[in-house]
Design a binder for this molecule. Sequence first.
Ligand code: NAG
Ligand code: NAG
Length: 358
Amino acid sequence: MLRVSMVLLLRQLILCVWVCVSSALVVHSLPWSVYCPAGCVCQIKPWFSPQSLSCEVPTVDCNNLFLTQLPSPLPLNTHTLCLQSNLLSALETPLLHTLPNLTELDLSQNRFSSVMTLTLTEPQIPSLRSLLSLHMEENQLRSLPPASFSSLPALQELFLSHNQLASLAPGAFSGLGSLLLEVLPERGFQALGSLRSLVLGGMGLKGLPERALEGLDSLESLSFYDNLLTTVPTQALRRLPGLKFLDLNKNRLKLGLNNMEELVAIERAAMENLPELTKLEITNNPRLSYIHPQAFFRLGRLESLMLNSNALTALHQHTVLSLPSLREVSLHSNPLRCDCLFRWYIVSKDNVTSRDDL
Ligand SMILES: *[C@@H]1O[C@H](CO)[C@@H](O)[C@H](O)[C@H]1NC(C)=O
Ligand SMILES: *[C@@H]1O[C@H](CO)[C@@H](O)[C@H](O)[C@H]1NC(C)=O
């Protein structure tokens, strides 16, 4: 008897714990007295911004309603509009543009085959200036034309997974200056096994996960033009068996050519294709004895030139004079000869940040 009641007590205890936890998890929605479109639910609900700040916002939830067009009328101060799992393939943009505070728009699991209907704006109609978050996952998008999202200048989050994207035009993402995207996801392109050319330009990319480009088995041309990469993403690039052209222009690249037994000379304009290079490190190359006076031609942004521990007997003045942004040169541990060819360095070395002993 005692045992049975103990079991019961235990059950009650578990029940109580469960109730308490689950009631703590209940999301508190407040009624929002407004004229709500038929079938939709209008409430004041908690919302997390792309930067994970939470607030209570006017939300119109029209998910799962077999809608083929935008419900109307939509309350003017709608903040979040949920249209997930409907049959939408186009939007009456002017209607959407009457919502000045629209911040999140969820169009996932619909039938969009183009983003144009969403983003095409007429001159007199303001764009969706306050939209921070756009969900378009699980639609039928096949391509993104240039400046696909340019009427959404504030956008910080864009979800495009599970579409049939086969081509991204150059500048497809241009105008998205606010997007919070510093790295690409792992295997984000996995379904694009036939893609030949990919431009990931001007996206503020700072790095690339090792598996970011996995699955792009036919890719021949890849551009990271105008990003913030500081190193060549070699690990990620190893996953591209067919790559022939790589564009890393306009990044913040640092290049290291170190510990190369066979490197004997650096010829004229050897780095000509890397005009964005800010740091160049050519060290510990036991046979490197010659650097052409114009070897670093066109490296207008180079700030730091490290040439330690090579076999250099001289460095032509022109090599350094051709680098307008140079702030630091390091030449220690080279068999430098203090002859006329090198007098300039001894004279000017006080002007250079790094003062290695010769
Ligand atoms: C939009 O938000 C601003 C700032 O919160 C508010 O003052 C304004 O009334 C809102 N507009 C509408 C149409 O509700
Ligand atoms: C070193 O700097 C001084 C003053 O900044 C300048 O007058 C001089 O020409 C510089 N010397 C060389 C060799 O660049």
